[in-house]
Design a protein. Structure first.
Length: 539
C-alpha cells in the first residue's frame, strides 16, 4: 500500500489539474485568470460504468419510444420506472450491438462459450484466446473457461491518459473475485485486472482511510494544505534560472493553490463527506468480508451494500484520482435479500440450472425482480451524483454514467439491441432527455421477445427466438465507445486510435466492429468498417 502522505499528495495534485507542479506553465494560470474574471473554470469530465450480467427482459425494460424526446411517462410500466424522475438527464442509445456473439453455427463470433467470449470482448472489441471454432467442445476447458482478450479494455485505455497512476477504479460490488467467464476489465492482453472488493480498500486509495495510521497523524496529513504537500517541488523550481514572466507564473500557481484549497479539497474530498455518504466504521466493518451478502443485506432502511459502492464512485468523482470508475456487479449471484433462492444465471436462463427446456416456476417474474433491483441501484447512483453541485450544474451533469449489460436476453444470449442507458451529458457533450436509435432512426424499433420464453407456456423457446431478430439493431458499440472517450478527453494518434501523447479525436476503437469478423479468432486482418462517433448522440 502506498504511504499515506505520498498518496494524498498525488490526489491533491490531481484535483487541482495535474500531477506535475510544472502545470503553471500550462493551463492552471489560465484557470486562475478565468476565476479572477468571473468566468467558469473547467470542470472534470468523467465516465462511471455500472456493469451487470445476463441481460434483462428487453420487452419490459425498453420504453416503447426508441427515437425522440423522453418523458417520465415513457418509463411507466417498464422495469426502469424508478428512473422516470430523471428523464430529462437520461440518454438511451438504441440499436447498438456488442461484439463476439456465441452462436451454434459460429457465424457471429467465436465458438468458445456463451459467456466467456462475450465478457472478454465487451470492453475490448477484440477476440479472446485460445480460440475455439467448436461451440460444443466442452472438454476444451482452456478455451471455454479461461480464454481472455488479446487487448486491454476500455476502462484501462481511458485511464492510461486520464488517471495519475494509469489505472481505473474497478470496484467488485459483491466483493467476490472474477474469472475469465465473468471479468470485463483487462489492463493488457490476457491480463485480468482484479480491482478492489472492499469499501475500506477504496477509501484507502482515495486517501480517506489510511490503514495503520493513528487518528492524530491522519488528521495532521488531512489538514495539510496543497502548498504544504508540494513545497519541496516548488522550492526546487524556484531555484531554476527563469524569466521574470515564468517566475510570475510560478507565484500565480502558488496563489492558486491557496485559493482552491478550501473549495476543492475541504468541500469535496474529505473524511466528513465520506461519512455523510455512509462510510462509517459500522458500515465498513459489515462489508469488510467478501463472503458477506453485500448486495442484498441491509445497512440502513435506505441503503444496501451496493449503494455503499455507488457512494464510493461519487467520492472518487470528488477526489479525482481517476476519471474512469467501474461498478462491476457479480455473475452467479443469489439475491436472498430480494426473496430469491436461486442464483441469477439460472433465473436469467429460466431453466433453474438444468438443461431441460421447461421454465422454472415464476421465471419471468424473478427476472423482473432482478431487473428492477438493478434499475434501483442505477437510479440511486444517478440521484447521488445529481445532489452535489459542481460548476454551473451538478456532478452528474459533468459525468457520463452508463449502465451496460452483458447481453440483451439471457436465453438467446444475443448482443444486438443491447440494453444501454446513460445519465448525464458529460458537460453537454451528449444529448440527454432523448432516446436515440442510431441504427436507422425509427421510433418503433423492436424491444425484442424476451418474455416469450416463459409466457403462457412451460416450454422455453429454443436458441435465438426470444432475442431480437438478427437483422435489427446492429450498429457497432465501438462507435459509442468513441463518443465516451472523446467526451471525457481521451486523445488519439494520427490513425484515430486512442494513444498516450495523442492530440486528435478518437475515431477508431477495437480490433473489429463487425461481429462476423470474430468468428476466425483474430485471423482476419484488423478492420474498422465504420469509424467515428455516433453524431446523433451529440448534444
Amino acid at each position: 500500500m502506498v504511504a499515506v502522505a505520498k498518496q494524498t499528495r498525488r490526489l491533491f495534485l490531481r484535483g487541482v489539474g495535474g500531477v506535475m507542479v510544472a502545470a503553471p506553465f500550462l493551463g492552471s494560470v489560465a484557470e486562475r485568470l478565468a476565476k479572477a474574471q468571473g468566468q467558469p473554470t473547467p470542470t472534470p469530465r468523467r465516465l462511471i460504468v455500472m456493469f451487470t450480467h445476463y441481460g434483462c427482459l428487453t420487452d419490459r425494460w425498453f420504453p416503447a419510444n426508441s427515437h425522440g424526446p423522453l418523458s417520465a411517462d415513457d418509463f411507466t410500466g417498464t422495469s426502469l420506472e424508478v428512473l422516470a424522475p430523471h428523464a430529462s438527464k437520461l440518454l438511451m442509445p438504441r440499436g447498438i450491438r456488442a461484439m463476439n456473439e456465441w452462436t451454434t453455427d459460429v457465424s457471429l463470433g467465436q465458438g468458445n462459450d456463451p459467456w466467456t467470449q462475450v465478457v472478454g470482448s465487451y470492453l475490448t472489441c477484440a477476440p479472446v484466446t485460445p480460440h475455439s471454432s467448436d461451440p460444443f467442445a466442452l472438454s476444451n476447458t482452456a478455451a471455454k473457461f479461461n480464454a481472455m482478450p488479446v487487448a486491454p479494455s476500455l476502462d484501462h485505455v481511458c485511464a492510461q491518459q486520464l488517471s495519475s497512476d494509469g489505472l481505473p477504479l474497478l470496484m467488485r460490488v459483491s466483493g467476490t473475485n472474477d474469472n475469465p467467464q465473468s471479468a470485463i476489465s483487462y489492463s493488457a492482453a490476457e491480463t485480468l485486472f482484479p480491482g478492489v472488493g472492499a469499501p475500506a480498500q477504496v477509501l484507502s486509495m482515495l486517501g480517506l482511510l489510511p490503514p495503520g495510521v493513528s487518528e492524530g497523524s491522519y488528521k495532521a496529513v488531512r489538514q495539510q494544505s496543497v502548498i504544504d504537500l508540494v513545497r519541496d517541488d516548488l522550492t526546487t523550481l524556484e531555484r531554476y534560472d527563469m524569466s521574470a514572466s515564468d517566475r510570475n507564473k510560478l507565484a500565480a500557481w502558488k496563489e492558486l493553490l491557496h485559493d482552491i484549497h478550501d473549495d476543492v479539497v475541504q468541500a469535496a474530498c474529505t473524511a466528513e463527506r465520506a461519512t455523510a455518504l455512509g462510510m462509517t466504521d459500522a458500515n465498513l466493518e459489515k462489508h469488510a468480508n467478501p463472503a458477506d451478502d453485500v448486495l442484498s443485506s441491509k445497512i440502513t432502511e435506505s441503503m444496501d451494500g451496493a449503494d455503499l459502492f455507488s457512494n464510493l464512485a461519487v467520492l472518487s468523482a470528488l477526489c479525482d484520482p481517476t476519471r474512469v470508475v467501474v461498478l462491476k456487479y457479480p455473475a452467479n449471484y443469489v439475491f436472498r435479500g430480494l426473496g430469491l433462492n436461486m442464483e441469477s444465471h439460472s433465473i436469467a436462463t429460466r431453466r433453474g440450472g438444468s438443461t431441460n427446456e421447461n421454465c422454472v416456476a415464476d421465471a419471468n417474474e424473478m427476472v423482473m425482480t432482478i431487473d428492477r433491483y438493478y434499475a434501483e441501484k442505477f437510479a440511486y447512483l444517478v440521484r447521488q451524483l445529481d445532489l452535489i453541485e459542481e460548476g454551473d450544474g451538478t456532478v452528474l451533469d459533468n459525468t457520463a454514467a452508463v449502465w451496460f449489460q452483458q447481453c440483451s436476453d439471457a436465453v438467446a444470449v444475443n448482443l444486438n439491441n443491447l440494453p444501454i442507458i446513460q445519465a448525464g451529458s458529460c458537460g453537454g457533450y451528449f444529448k440527454t432527455g432523448h432516446a436515440v436509435n442510431v441504427d436507422g432512426g425509427a421510433s418503433d424499433l423492436t424491444r425484442g421477445n424476451s418474455s416469450l420464453a416463459c409466457e403462457g407456456s412451460l416450454e422455453i423457446l429454443g436458441d435465438k427466438s426470444t432475442g431480437t431478430p438478427v437483422e435489427f439493431a446492429n450498429a457497432p458499440i465501438n462507435k459509442y465507445y468513441c463518443n465516451l472517450m472523446n467526451a471525457i478527453g481521451v486523445k488519439a494518434g494520427s490513425d484515430g486510435f486512442p494513444a498516450v501523447g495523442g492530440s486528435g479525436e478518437v475515431t477508431h476503437y477495437g480490433m473489429y466492429d463487425d461481429t462476423h469478423d470474430f468468428a476466425s479468432g483474430g485471423e482476419n486482418p484488423p478492420k474498422i468498417n465504420s469509424p467515428g462517433e455516433f453524431q446523433e448522440l451529440r448534444g
